[in-house]
Design a protein around this ligand. Structure first.
Ligand SMILES: *Cc1c(COP(=O)(O)O)cnc(C)c1O
Length: 428
């Protein structure tokens, strides 16, 4: 599939049936796999032969879909995980351990922020957060001798900041650590971070990739561009013998292209078990088959809704990187020339009471803690995800009480705008 267009990779990547085999990716609903001799199975356990033995580690359905996502991102290897949270945890924990440190953009998904800031700290991994628009000097200053990764989101959920991937990649390269980019919102249809210098890409496939709100999942793709052996002392987990695998040295045995995903599978998936079910992988693949057709429509609707809201007197501000008024417009033009996604946020002039009235009046946009599927939905962070914060704390966190996050689905934009318009009228 290398060299094929993104649409062809979405539709046909990762699975090529042989003569008389199922045209659609088969769901291999089996926990285990049968062998003729224990010797043959032993070779699999020692990672000496390729094959399946237990679906906690690997399953053919999941592998086909992971391979499709790797092809879409232009990477060399991929794996599925049970959720986006698991994908980000595995991607980070695959390169660090207790005593190590991570530098991350502060403009990231709340769940990932908690994971890094609170939970990984309990595991002995400390972190420093930097603004996503920090200068190269500020970024470099956040590094410590024990820093093992730089992390950011290509188009942040929910702040919609656009990451200057080339800048982050330059600093990561100078410091000799991989740049890990969560590419959930743009998807590889709109942005491929590996092409801009990121080393590893993660996804919450729960969002646009699935796109129909049916299956929670995650994915990790390795670009194969990070030379672990050149920084052997910094990454002992990849460059020194793994006692739990008879002394295998991942970077030696599997090379630059295979080390990262093999270790994450053989070690982290084995021990943490955050595996995706073959049934979920099948649903995910159905979503991927139309991702290149759906993303332009999400962008078209997001742009139209953002422009409508920006011109409305009851809306005090709109945040969408496709608007020239956005501070991220220039970066969006560079990294997201075909647009980013269908998520738009705006602040209503009447604060919390107006937000409540507005949302109650919407007919098409449903109130949900979800984004990025076919049906338009909305959320007022102040009364849901950020409910525990006071109005002052909400302003400090960049989510004022009157803020609404809208995820534009695949409906007709005229109908979405009519719905928003009548709901705004109801607030007058
Ligand atoms: C939703 C989301 C996650 C977490 O993914 P889950 O599948 O919900 O675990 C991580 N990163 C981003 C950018 C997200 O939008």
């Amino acid at each position: 599939m290398t060299g094929q267009g993104i649409g062809t990779r979405c539709v046909q990547g990762g699975y090529t049936p042989g003569n008389g085999e199922p045209r659609q990716v088969p769901i291999i609903q089996s926990t285990t796999f049968k062998y003729d001799s224990s010797e043959a199975m032993g070779r699999l356990f020692d990672l000496e032969a390729q094959g399946y033995f237990y679906s906690r580690l690997q399953n053919p359905t999941c592998d086909h879909v992971a391979s499709k996502i790797a092809q879409m991102e232009g990477g060399v290897a991929g794996m599925l995980t049970s959720s986006g949270q698991a994908a980000n945890f595995f991607a980070l924990f695959n390169v660090c351990e207790a005593g190590d440190h991570i530098v991350a953009s502060s403009s990231i998904y709340g769940g990932t922020y908690n994971l890094i800031k609170v939970t990984m700290a309990k595991m002995g991994v400390s972190s420093t957060f930097v603004p996503s628009d920090a200068s190269e000097e500020e970024l470099a200053a956040a590094f410590q001798p024990n820093t093992k990764a730089l992390f950011g989101e290509s188009l942040a959920n929910p702040a919609l900041t656009v990451l200057d991937i080339e800048k982050f990649a330059r600093v990561a390269g100078e410091k000799g650590v991989p740049l890990i980019v969560d590419n959930t919102f743009p998807t590889p249809v709109n942005l491929r971070p590996l092409e801009w210098g990121a080393n590893i890409v993660t996804h919450s496939t729960t969002k646009y990739m699935d796109g129909h709100g049916v299956a929670v999942g995650g994915a990790i793709v390795d670009g194969g561009t990070f030379d672990w052996m050149a920084h052997a002392e910094r990454f002992p987990g990849l460059t020194t013998p793994d006692d739990s695998y008879h002394g295998i040295v991942y970077a030696e045995r599997f090379g630059q292209a295979g080390a990262f995903i093999t270790k994450a599978t053989a070690q982290l998936m084995r021990d943490f078990g955050c595996t995706q079910s073959p049934q979920s992988a099948f649903y995910l693949n159905l979503g991927l088959e139309s991702l290149h057709v759906r993303m332009p429509r999400h962008v078209e609707n997001g742009q139209a809704v953002a422009e409508f809201l920006e011109g409305h007197p009851l809306v005090s501000s709109v945040n969408y990187p496709g608007l020239p008024s956005s501070p991220y417009y220039q970066l969006a033009q560079k990294y997201l020339p075909q647009g980013g996604c269908g998520v738009v946020s705006c602040e209503l002039s009447g604060g919390r009471p107006m937000a409540e009235k507005f949302m109650a009046a919407l007919r098409l946009a449903a109130i949900e803690t979800h984004v990025a599927d076919a049906r338009t939905c909305c959320l007022n962070p102040a009364t849901s995800t950020h409910r525990q914060l006071s109005d002052e704390e909400l302003v400090a966190a960049g989510v004022p009480a009157g803020m609404i996050r809208l995820s534009c689905g695949l409906e007709d934009k005229e109908d979405l705008i009519a719905d928003l318009s009548q709901a705004l009228d109801a607030c007058r």
